[in-house]
Ligand binder design. Structure first.
Ligand SMILES: [Zn+2]
Length: 355
């Protein structure tokens, strides 16, 4: 998830303070922001440890379709969060599974092949079409979680998964409440987010609004889930990999050769935030055809490949120093309410209150 190029972001000593509240625990944050990006600022909650951007708006399906062009029509390998879940001994091995933000359906297809009864929802219509055509997934729709909940799906699923989805939510609290409403009593959630405590040299340009709206540490994630009626079963930072170490070594030894070859600055997610959707689409199309951009991307990729050898030898030392990989995985179980009658009353009252 590391982008290439530099986003229009600055560190801001003594920046203007804005009074705002943590979207997870509600604590009013008075401290100065950590960073700015376009019109948003990054704040740290002293109470629950979440870092969040404010003010922000969720960009909507059309923006993702324009900004993620290409990534929503490709068969991607399984991500670390997917593999953590599928190989987690404490995770369920069968049942009705809903994947929220299922992308092109690679995880759903793998879960189906292992015996789960799978359903997926995803905002990006191109990705949904790809999942149907490429993997033959039929129970998949381009709809929002709240729309799916309206269709008689309260208390329907044994497992709800959302990999690399939580950090895109403007209101993580409302998102988790919706996810919980999908679950049977004692149902499970499996998820992953980018780990804020990962080894990061320079900036991860995808980690800015309107793409990512929050940044999670293990402490912030655990506290969030426990305060919302979940028992955390496992929470695991991804180990530092050779590839990730090579990417960071590449960032450490940046000399600007790729930028020189590209001739034109590669736009970042933060740059796309300030453009109309049609312009994002046009710019993406043009850059994909631009030979200099393709050559620059190829040079950058070859540099990382070259650095995998030194990264391999440095890896034990880096791990000993406590450097971890990009992802943070978590498995949690919905706590059972006091009595069976409370379950239905609680589920329906909560869900209907929001619909
Ligand atoms: Zn908080």
């Amino acid at each position: 998830m590391t982008g290439v190029g530099a986003a229009r972001v600055s560190r801001i000593p003594g920046a203007q303070e804005r009074s705002c509240c943590c979207p997870v625990c509600g604590t009013a944050v008075q401290a100065e922001p950590l960073e700015h990006s376009n019109d948003s600022s990054l704040y740290a909650c002293s109470s629950c440890d979440l870092h969040f951007w404010y003010p922000v708006e969720t960009p909507g399906a059309e923006w993702y379709e324009a900004a993620y062009q290409g990534r929503d029509s490709t068969a991607m390998p399984l991500e670390p969060g997917h593999l953590f879940f599928l190989n987690d001994e404490r995770a369920p091995k069968k049942g009705r599974l809903l994947d929220v933000g299922c992308g092109t359906g690679n995880f759903l297809a793998a879960a189906r092949d292992r015996g789960f009864e799978v359903t997926g929802i995803e905002q990006d219509r191109n990705a949904v079409q790809f999942a149907k055509d490429h993997y033959g997934l039929m129970n998949i729709a381009a709809e929002l979680p709240e729309d799916h909940l309206r269709l008689n799906n309260i208390g329907r699923y044994d497992i709800v998964t959302f990999f690399e989805v939580l950090e895109h939510q403007k209101d993580p609290q409302a998102f988790l409440e919706t996810a919980r409403s999908f679950l049977v009593p004692n149902g499970y959630i499996g998820l992953s987010v980018p780990n804020r405590n990962r080894w990061q040299i320079g900036m991860d340009t995808l980690d800015y609004p309107p793409n990512h709206l929050t940044r999670w540490s293990p402490r912030a994630l655990q506290s969030f889930l426990e305060h919302n009626g979940f028992e955390v079963i496992s929470i695991r930072p991804q180990r530092l990999t050779v590839w990730r170490a090579a990417q960071m070594l590449s960032a450490l030894t940046r000399i600007g050769a790729a930028s020189y070859v590209a001739h034109e600055k590669t736009p970042t997610i933060a740059d796309f935030a300030s453009l109309p959707i049609d312009e994002v689409r046009l710019k993406n199309d043009r850059l994909k055809r631009d030979k200099r951009q393709r050559l620059a991307a190829s040079l950058a990729a070859w540099k990382v490949r070259f650095l995998t050898l030194p990264a391999f030898f440095l890896l034990p030392f880096l791990r000993l120093r406590g450097f971890v990989g990009l992802y943070l995985y978590c498995l949690a179980r919905r706590k059972r309410p006091a009595s069976e009658s409370d379950i239905n009353a609680e589920s329906f009252a909560e869900a209907k209150g929001r619909l």
